[in-house]
Ligand binder design. Structure first.
Ligand code: C5P
Length: 212
């Protein structure tokens, strides 16, 4: 089976030397990629800038911005049976990218931001992806309600939700603790464990018909 995995943060340029980004390390996506390869799957890893080494067997597509990740996923997803969206894609980017480094001339500086493309939310339509779609949700409040709303809104089969307000799991940690909500109404709480182990559990969600 071919599995597309998005991982890491995106960088949204402000000027030639500055960008907006977030604290995603890419560890969760890379752990899933490793687990998928170990299970005999083919992996297309669409990754934002991270300091991790991609598994040698994965097809790595490196991107920086949300727009680049959107374009890469749009093409790659139609070659895949399963898509797992772990990337922490920026929701907003600067509306204009300054062509020269911004100068420190005024006391205050206001950046106007515009929405980025919703990659996960585009997979069903307009991309036309019909395979198993798995999204992630990093929440700091109302985890369950927000996750269920996201599951439905983005047409996912499963939504893996974690509480990023906790310091011991999630962003840049080796461990995570998640609840996996299914479009079939299922709800599976996975205890705190290594991201690699979680990766295996997430792969087990894939329907048998799509397993090799
Ligand atoms: O809407 P929110 O960012 O909370 O949704 C998180 C899920 O959506 C993750 O699976 C993330 O990879 C994906 N996402 C995306 N494109 C965006 C924002 C989030 O694919 N612009």
């Amino acid at each position: 089976m071919r599995i597309l995995i998005t991982a890491g943060p995106t960088r949204e340029a402000i000027d030639p030397v500055r960008y907006l980004s977030n604290r995603s390390s890419g560890k969760m996506g890379y752990a899933i990629a490793e687990a998928a390869i170990a299970a005999g799957h083919e992996v297309l890893l669409v990754s934002g800038p991270v300091s991790l080494t991609a598994p040698a067997e994965a097809e790595l597509i490196s991107v920086e911005s949300a727009a680049q990740m959107y374009a890469a996923v749009r093409v790659a997803i139609l070659r895949c049976d399963v898509a797992i969206h772990c990337a922490a894609v920026a929701d907003y980017r600067p509306a204009q990218i300054a062509s020269e480094k911004l100068k420190k001339t005024s006391e205050n500086l206001t950046l106007e931001l515009e929405k980025t493309e919703d990659i996960l939310g585009s997979c069903r339509s307009p991309f036309g992806f019909e395979g198993t779609l798995i999204g992630f949700a990093a929440e700091t409040e109302n985890l369950e309600a927000n996750a269920l709303a996201k599951l439905e809104r983005k047409g996912c089969d499963y939504l893996v939700a974690n509480d990023v307000s906790r310091k011991d799991i999630g962003f840049d940690q080796d461990e995570n603790e998640v609840i996996i909500f299914g479009a079939d109404g299922s709800r599976q709480a996975l205890a705190k464990q290594e991201k690699r182990e979680l990766g295996k559990a997430i792969l087990e969600l894939i329907p048998a018909r799509e397993n090799p």
